[in-house]
Every structure is written in C-alpha cells, then in structure tokens.
Design a protein around this ligand. Sequence first.
Ligand SMILES: Nc1ncnc2c1ncn2[C@@H]1O[C@H](COP(=O)(O)OP(=O)(O)OP(=O)(O)O)[C@@H](O)[C@H]1O
Ligand SMILES: [Mg+2]
Length: 213
Amino acid sequence: MFISFEGIDFCGKTTQINLLKKYLENIGRRVEIIREPGGTAISEKIREILLNKKHLEMCDETEIFLFSAARAQVVREVIRPLIARGCVVIADRFHDSTTAYQGFGRGLSADAVKKINEFATGGTIPDLTFYLRLSVEESTKRKNVCKADLDRIEKSDDVFYSNVIAGYEKIALEFPNRIKGIDGEKSAIEVHNDILSILYETMNIASDRRGVI
Ligand SMILES: Nc1ncnc2c1ncn2[C@@H]1O[C@H](COP(=O)(O)OP(=O)(O)OP(=O)(O)O)[C@@H](O)[C@H]1O
Ligand SMILES: [Mg+2]
C-alpha cells in the first residue's frame, strides 16, 4: 500500500506519519517513510538546491522541474521496489504538493502541472492521501512556537499559503476517494484516531478488529 500525507507547513504531517508507522509496525506491517523531496542520494542533493535559503532567484519553472526530478528518481529507485516487496510506503508529501504549491501557490498552469506530475510519477500515485487541514493562522502560530529555522519555501507569505490551501481543497473535492481531508487543528492523538478510522474504512476492515490484526 502507498499512502501520502499532505497539507501546509506545520500541519502535523511528520507527527502523524510517525504515529501511523508505529501503529502499523505493531500490527506486523513493514513500513518505510519517504521524505519529499528526498529519499535517494540524487533526490537529497536536489532537496538541498530547492530548500537552500540563498536560492531566492529560483524561478517557478525551475522549482517544479526540480521537485519533479527528485520525485521521478525516488519513485523508480525506491518506491516501486518497496511496494513490490509488500511494504507499506508512507510519503511525507507527494505529487499533490506540486499541484497545491507550484500550481495554486505559484500560479503555474494547471495543465502543465498535471502533465509534469504524470510524467514524473509514471502513474505511481498513492492509494490513499491524508490531507491535514490547517488555517494559515494556526500554521503561523506553530511556526512561532517551534522558532523553526525556515527553509526557502517556508518563508513564503500568507497569500501564498491561502492559495496553497485553496488548491488542496480543490483537489480534495476532485478526488474524494483517494484524498481524505482531516481536521489538523485537533490534538495529535485525535488526528491519529481519525486517520486510523479512515484507513480501516478504506481497507474495509471492521473497526472492531482494530489492534487485533
Ligand atoms: N495536532 C497538533 N496540535 C498541536 N500542535 C501540533 C499537532 N501536531 C503537530 N503539532 C506541532 O506542530 C509542529 C509541526 O508539526 P510537524 O513537524 O509534525 O508538521 P509538518 O506538517 O511535518 O511540518 P513541515 O511541513 O514543516 O515538515 C510541531 O512543533 C508539532 O509538535
Ligand atoms: Mg514535516
């Protein structure tokens, strides 16, 4: 199974991925986490170029190709072989991030984004995507609490993030069977339980078997 996590910065993706990995391992599944952009030697080098705070001159077209190049590599080198071996692969961001950030956030043509996404993934897309909904205000609050050392993209302004959210909402409506929106403003444990409910619903496993299998 291939699962991705999406949402704006600080929505809780990494927190939830770690909780889900622990849960699935406890029930005997092998789980691998892929961080985007990254996950291979080549993709990690591309990550450094993309997130480098000094690269303020990067144009939007370069940005989408670099994200997509990193994804093309991780799909073929890592994700497909893991899925073939029966692993549960969890991606910390995947192609929906490109639609939301480079498409809606940067304003690149929807048609170009769709074609580039299809070419990079070669049809390997998640079976299930958890979209953690968070307001720009809450994201900013968490950012300030973390006092994070922000990367180039995390330094974007509120208008950019509002557009990214509009993008996520649009694709969540467009692909309701794959993309499941979850209230990311609840506590981490509540969000985790919502994720498990959806996972079990999707896999058609009765929720009373939860924790037993
Ligand atoms: N449900 C929650 N309620 C409140 N705070 C949370 C919740 N989930 C995570 N946090 C906190 O918010 C911050 C961001 O969480 P996390 O790193 O999991 O988000 P992320 O989506 O992976 O962010 P990024 O996009 O920057 O990688 C952390 O300080 C984390 O402890
Ligand atoms: Mg994270």
